[in-house]
Design a binder for this molecule. Structure first.
Ligand code: ATP
Ligand code: MG
Length: 312
């Protein structure tokens, strides 16, 4: 595999908060690399340094084995950036938004027009190209944000949580577009906290926590880490007064988490003690509404590696 970008020992602090703590990884040509991590893990900070929007305190970025220096135009011309916060102008048309960004990348004249239309068509907004952005739904704005990043046909597309808070239809459109961009030869770096998206589009995954890389691999490789564990999800009522830490007293319990009426308990395979878990819940006056046992999932990998689920 050909490493197109190498991120080497990045460090970044904001006042006394260490956002990045020596994170190191490669981005390989043609992959969809999903960046997974809880709030504040350092995903956006990594991406902002990668795009040179932000300076690091230490460490380096290499593009095709050459060190990237700030404001390197050649490097930037290879990038398409979809930021976490929408970067579009509400008061002008969709078309003029895309044209504005494409022009920044040097497109002009007929080529600019053609590329703007292609990008709008790609995200399903061509028929709305003359409409002002302020009339758009959240999903349409997200799609426009993507069109702005891809009109210049970048080799590397970096997307920071591009599907947060949108309708399922727009989300599907975006996920399919990403797979299509890869087919057309792009390399994609994608941050999200939606496991289903990672399952659907990733060719490789990096899990970050506290500014460090804690695991990397394909979803199959990551799930192998769970070969010895099983996860029960117990839906409960009246669980407010129950101290779920007590469950650690039961042999085989590896991880316990209680959030919004869902108790997630991962246990060692072979020492499942489901009877004891249920007995403890009943003994603590917890009403059980449902119990399911999950197949190995990325959510479980995450829980195992970080000791918590993905979002608070
Ligand atoms: N400009 C800033 N000033 C101060 N602290 C910051 C700044 N940007 C990020 N941080 C802090 O650095 C840490 C990493 O933040 P970052 O935005 O990279 O996380 P993230 O993984 O993108 O999280 P999220 O999923 O919420 O987007 C957090 O603790 C955050 O509060
Ligand atoms: Mg972020």
């Amino acid at each position: 595999m050909n490493s197109i970008i190498r991120v080497d020992k990045l460090e970044k602090s904001f006042k006394d908060k260490k956002a990045l703590d020596g994170i190191t990884f490669n981005v390989y040509e043609g992959e969809i690399l999903c960046f997974l991590g809880p709030n504040g893990a350092g995903k956006s900070t990594t991406i902002n340094i990668l795009t040179t929007a932000l300076d690091s305190d230490g460490g380096d970025i290499y593009f095709n084995d050459r060190k990237v220096i700030r404001n390197n135009r050649e490097y930037k011309s290879f990038l398409g950036i979809v930021p976490q916060d929408l970067a579009i102008y509400e008061e002008i048309s969709a078309e003029r938004n895309v044209a504005f960004f494409a022009a920044l990348y040097g497109l002009k004249g007929n080529e600019l027009k053609t590329k703007v239309d292609e990008a709008l068509k790609f995200v399903g907004l061509l028929d709305k190209k003359r409409d002002k952005v302020k009339t758009f739904s959240g999903g349409m704005k997200r799609r426009l944000n993507i069109a702005c990043a891809i009109a210049h046909n970048p080799k590397i597309i970096i997307m920071d949580e591009p599907t947060v808070g949108i309708d399922p239809q727009s989300r599907n459109h975006i996920l399919n577009s990403i797979k299509e961009l890869r087919k057309q030869g792009a390399t994609i770096i994608y941050t999200t906290h939606y496991m289903e998206e990672v399952e659907e589009i990733s060719t490789r995954i990096i899990i970050v926590d506290n500014g460090k890389l804690i695991a990397e691999g394909t979803k199959e490789e990551l799930k192998e880490k769970l070969a010895d564990e099983k996860l029960f999800t117990v839906e409960i009522e009246d669980g407010k007064s129950f101290d779920c830490q007590k469950l650690y007293k039961i042999e085989g319990t590896k991880n316990v988490e209680l959030k919004e009426g869902l108790l997630k308990i991962s246990v060692l395979k072979g020492i499942e003690n489901l009877d004891k878990i249920i007995a403890m819940l009943i003994g603590n006056a917890v009403k059980i509404k449902n119990i399911t046992s999950e197949a190995e999932s990325l959510e479980m990998v995450f829980l195992k590696l970080t000791g918590r689920t993905l979002r608070d």
